[in-house]
Design a protein around this ligand. Structure first.
Ligand code: SF4
Ligand code: SF4
Length: 390
């Protein structure tokens, strides 16, 4: 076997690109053991070892840049939340990716996604003027000086026909609860969360700066996000760029409104329902109770808990740019999640993230379980409870 060259210059470059804690790692291997890639078979699983990848990064050694490995992490934070040294593993992955993508070597399957975000302000190849299509027939108010909240709808729910139902449901719920909210529309750009996780720092900055200028120019003070990914990046990455607002995920706001008696719901859903904690709502943002409280109020019976719930939730595999990855059937984390739901006898698997909705729906289809299990976004269930309850 050829000896590998150590390059401390490369190590320092990776650290500068975001992998600031790469040297904190003591190579205990806990991260590798907790990673969902250990739970599925296949070539990627055989090759992906986050401890080893970080070791290569620590030494600036060639090998970490291997595309099928470096871009396989879904940034779920299962490893990071449990690392005994507090290593920011997700940032380390991002820094290693940025050192490759920044040099113009983005993986081929991600180039059209990044290209669309550059050209259209969204990764879904949607024209800017179509960003508002989800609003058809709803008479959604525009954000203005008198509006309390700016409602930022995730690009996925602007352009993916199934996902638009999330935006429509959330708008209906906010309206029923008497919330003062408005949208900006075609001038908005993607929050950039996934673009940064894919390693495109330059694109992330472009998107973030354009949003910050737009929102600050409109006088935005408070933002409701439909996706936990947008929540996370607005809250954690925008402030240092000049975007300092009060940011809340729709589940957190609706549960507050419910406690204040402003969102009465009918217990309309009779099916046995389990809740899947999205990584960016749960482990990344520590919001676990709000969606459960809301879900309970729309169900005739108590929700059932999955075997792996809350902090131990199993990733759907849609984060970190993985929503755009082709993964063979039988190797998808989402398929395990569908089995988790079937194992507890669930008839509905609810979640509160557009990426999870997408990935779990695909996994349910690949297992041919559509007749046994329905995948729904929490907002759809709640909006259904409103329609029957009011
Ligand atoms: S769990 Fe933390 S310290 Fe242990 S190998 Fe992983 S990153 Fe390194
Ligand atoms: S963030 Fe999730 S997918 Fe990525 S290495 Fe850690 S446990 Fe594995």
């Amino acid at each position: 076997m050829e000896p590998k060259n150590v390059s401390l210059e490369m190590r320092d470059y990776i650290a500068e690109m975001g992998a600031e804690t790469i040297n904190w790692c003591m190579q205990c291997g806990l991260c590798t053991n907790l990673c969902p890639w250990r739970l599925v078979p296949g070539e990627t699983s055989d090759g992906f070892n986050i401890r080893h990848m970080q070791r290569l990064g620590q030494m600036g050694m060639e090998g970490f840049e291997e595309e099928t490995i470096l871009f396989a992490c879904s940034t779920c934070s299962m490893c990071q939340s449990n690392c005994p040294r507090g290593v920011k593993i997700v940032d380390n992955v991002r820094g290693m990716r940025a050192s490759i993508v920044g040099g113009g070597m983005a993986p081929a399957h991600l180039r059209p996604i990044l290209g669309s975000a550059h050209a259209n302000g969204n990764p879904w190849a949607g024209p800017r003027e179509k960003r508002t299509v989800w609003q058809e027939g709803l008479d959604i108010p525009q954000f203005g000086p008198e509006t309390e909240y700016f409602l930022f709808v995730c690009c996925h729910s602007c352009y993916d026909p199934r996902s638009t139902k999330i935006a429509r449901s959330i708008a209906a719920l906010l309206r029923h609860a008497g919330v003062s909210f408005g949208v900006i529309g075609a001038e908005e750009s993607c929050c950039g969360e996934s673009m940064r996780k894919m390693g495109d720092e330059e694109l992330f900055l472009k998107l973030a700066e354009s949003n910050i200028e737009l929102y600050n120019g409109k006088g935005v003070q408070k933002i409701i996000t439909t996706s936990p990914h947008c929540l996370w990046t607005f809250k954690n990455e925008y402030p240092e760029l000049g975007g300092e607002w009060e940011v809340i995920h729709y589940t957190a706001l609706l549960s507050q409104l419910q406690e204040e008696g402003k969102l009465p719901l009918a217990k309309s859903l009779a099916k046995k329902t389990a809740f899947h904690d999205p990584c960016y709502l749960g482990r990344h943002s520590e919001i676990y109770d709000a969606p459960r409280q809301l879900l309970s109020s729309a169900l005739q019976a108590d929700p059932v808990e999955l075997g792996r719930a809350r902090e131990l939730s199993l990733c759907c595999a849609g984060g970190g740019g993985r929503i755009w990855a082709e993964v063979p059937m039988g190797e998808r984390f989402g398929e395990l999640r569908i089995k988790d739901a079937l194992n507890v006898g669930a008839e509905v698997l609810a979640t509160s993230c557009p990426y999870c909705l997408n990935m779990l729906t695909d996994a349910c289809k690949s297992l041919d379980q559509q007749d046994s299990l329905e995948i729904l976004e929490l907002s759809e269930i709640l909006a259904g409870a409103l329609e029957e309850g009011q």
